[in-house]
Design a protein around this ligand. Sequence first.
Ligand SMILES: [Mn+2]
Length: 275
Amino acid sequence: MPTPNPIRVRSVWISDVHLGFKGCQANALLDFLHSVETDYLFLVGDIVDFWSIKKAPYWPQEHTNVIRSILGKAKHETKVIYIPGNHDEQMRDCVGHKFGNLEIHRNYVHTTVDGKKLLIMHGDEFDVIVKNSRWLANLGSWAYETLLSLNHVVNRFRKLFNCSYWSLAAYLKHKVKNAVSYIGSFEDALAHFAREKEVDGVVCGHIHHAEIRDIDGILYCNDGDWVESCSAMFEHADGRLELVHWAKQYERNLMRDRKLLEAPDKQPKPGQKAA
Ligand SMILES: [Mn+2]
């Protein structure tokens, strides 16, 4: 059902949608996509969960509808930038390709309307750094680059021996006690990397933990996920960044649509006397 008053913003960031996985909240996301008009749509990785599809094929109609809705936006003047993550790393082979208004990038620098430079990346690149130790986060960018490629090599090997990709998110669930400090390390590592890249901030996903905060002068933004929190980030027309949590809004919109559907029955039909 088309939304009566769409929200008009300059940019939208979403990530960790996990299409093809049972936990994906595709209907809430569809409602969100139908409710928003934007110049830029950033897909910050783990949009399709190829790991889950490999394990247990699952693809309901609404997962196709999410893709159709995104492509529909691209057809209607929204610039869609897709940055694959680790669950859709196959798409990293398509980096550099452009399909009309849809572009695939490894990472991307976006300039907000008020001039902030934001580095957009999924964030799995930092799993090795965060897992191994905190002091690595204090090394220079050359060490980062080396470790980033190491992460790739480690996971290539794991694949060879049929081990699953090592994921920070999964690791966190086993280490609930230390989760807070690990989220902290992840955030610090990304902020540090952004500083090395001489940008004003970083936008990522991966750890399914939506947040906007300042880390020593670097703006750390995480747009959350569509498995648990149904969250996204907006850039408004004046450059202001805002996190949105859509679960409640989705419920309100369902109620609104239900009322709109029921309304015609409550009107007396022509020639019928009101009771
Ligand atoms: Mn991820």
